[in-house]
Design a protein. Structure first.
Length: 95
């Protein structure tokens, strides 16, 4: 898990949406027993998208869909990702 976060840390606050698409692809995969790489992917989406307002809005929409249709470990990481997105620009999000 820590190695996944370090990999995404290189792209944080750059707004690189090619990486966001890769992370959404990771989140769409079905896990085998014992795999836990989707939670860090959700946090990576938030770290990358927090640089600009439009990117943060798009990430919130994606996180809403992940919360709605994602597996259990994804749904556990979504509230923390929303907190990362809105840490310096608080706003009320209706999810």
């Amino acid at each position: 898990m820590a190695s996944s976060l370090f990999k995404f840390r290189g792209f944080d606050m750059l707004g690189n949406f090619t990486q966001v698409q890769k992370l959404l692809g990771i989140c769409s995969q079905h896990l085998e027993k014992g795999e836990t790489h989707q939670g860090p992917a959700v946090l990576g989406i938030a770290l990358i998208a927090m640089a600009e307002e439009l990117g943060a809005e798009m990430a919130v929409r994606s996180l809403e869909r992940l919360l709605q249709y994602g597996e259990q470990n994804i749904r556990r990481a979504v509230p923390l990702a929303l907190g990362i997105l809105c840490i310096s620009n608080p706003k009320v999000c209706n999810i």
